[in-house]
Design a protein around this ligand. Structure first.
Ligand SMILES: [Zn+2]
Length: 219
């Protein structure tokens, strides 16, 4: 493995084998190296000038590593597995699940963005998925370093291609902590993105119907 200067600032075998942190087995979550994350967190704390030996903080690197394993767990699941077509009687009307709460991680700053996803689709030949699967797909694509624009199109494309739906529309509204805590510092502002495929793109009335249902009260 290529080393860089920062890592060389740490004792070689460092890992978490010093007094303050017991070695961690490379298990827990498949595909995630908790030990490596914890070392990185330790470097950040040292880098900002923290005393990494003080009691309140000594367990933090491992705690944060486990948190990252959880909030980025979507990287290690293929959301296609949620596309299980339910053989329904012919239902070719619009289906909308709105207000799906999502939490994601801005890939530019590694701070959260969070809000609601709204998913509308019109099936073809009764090819539908269970309603909870729509929420799982949104959750899965959210649980990784992301940008909101890509998150929106990934959900839309998976449903459009996977279901061969007549149309898909995904609208996501999120608050970005990288705009609230730092930079422009505008807490409360929402970023809204949409991705439209198929009939939602070609037929303005269908798109308007979906938008009115998504925006209808109560929220
Ligand atoms: Zn950001």
């Amino acid at each position: 493995m290529k080393k860089n200067d920062n890592l060389e600032a740490l004792p070689e075998s460092d890992g978490l084998t010093d007094d303050h942190m017991p070695p961690i087995e490379h298990q827990a979550v498949s595909g995630v190296d908790l030990d490596k994350i914890a070392r990185g967190v330790k470097l950040i704390l040292e880098g900002i000038g923290e005393d990494i030996t003080r009691p309140g903080i000594e367990e933090t690197p491992l705690r944060v590593a486990k948190m990252y394993a959880e909030i980025c767990g979507g990287l290690h699941h293929n959301p296609k597995e949620y596309i299980k077509v339910v053989p329904a009687e012919t239902h070719d009307e619009m289906i909308i699940v709105r207000d799906i709460t999502i939490f994601s991680l801005c890939e530019h700053h590694l701070v959260p963005f969070f809000g609601q996803a709204h998913i509308a689709y019109i099936p073809d030949h009764g090819r539908i998925v269970g309603l909870s699967k729509l929420a799982r797909i949104a959750d899965n694509f959210s649980r990784r370093p992301q940008i909101q624009e890509r998150l929106t199109t990934q959900i839309a494309e998976l449903l459009y291609d996977g279901l061969k739906a007549r149309g898909v529309m995904v609208v996501i509204e999120c608050e970005h902590m990288c705009m609230a805590m730092r930079g422009i510092r505008k807490p409360g502002s929402k970023t809204i993105t949409s991705a439209v495929r198929g009939i939602f793109r070609s037929d303005p009335r269908t798109r308007a119907e979906a938008m009115s249902l998504i925006n209808s009260s109560p929220r």
